[in-house]
Design a binder for this molecule. Structure first.
Ligand SMILES: [Zn+2]
Length: 149
């Protein structure tokens, strides 16, 4: 019985975190659209690590990382008291997998931009992210042009 309840709670927590993630992504989609950038796609399931956004030809990948799920060192979200060990293991695995995936992408010539959930609420930080995205797109654009020249 206790187990059932905690499992239900876990599902609830996961849903709450997930839907919040979707709202945050929308900020970034709006930002990209506002920047007049084209050629990006959401949820690239066939790219390593399933980035939230990719510029496929330019090989620029953007990850929007939920502070809880990806173990943000800045926020240090407290673990739920119930199933604490489960969460700690799960998040440690996520952090490890993120590092491995991003390493693989970079080795393959991708530029990887990671945006923390908490950064989306900070206008100054978002300005930097914008510059980062624009620089990444321009950089790999220049590389492509050199390659085809
Ligand atoms: Zn954070």
């Amino acid at each position: 019985m206790t187990d059932n309840l905690s499992a239900q709670n876990r599902v609830k927590t996961m849903r709450a975190v997930k839907s919040k993630g979707t709202r945050l992504e929308k900020h970034i989609f709006a930002m990209l659209a506002g920047m007049g950038l084209k050629g990006w796609r959401k949820n690239a399931d066939d790219v390593v690590g399933k980035p939230d956004i990719v510029f496929r030809e330019l090989q620029v990948a953007i990850f929007i990382d939920g502070c809880f799920w990806h173990g943000c060192p800045h926020c240090r979200r407290p673990m739920p008291q119930a199933n604490r060990e489960y969460w700690e293991r799960k998040i440690a695995r996520n952090v490890h997998r993120d590092a491995v995936n991003r390493n693989t992408l970079v080795k393959g010539g991708w530029i990887v931009i990671s945006i923390w959930e908490h950064e989306i609420r900070d206008p100054a930080k978002m300005k930097l992210v914008k510059q980062q995205v624009r620089a990444a797109v321009q950089c790999n654009n220049a590389v492509r042009q050199e390659e085809t020249a």
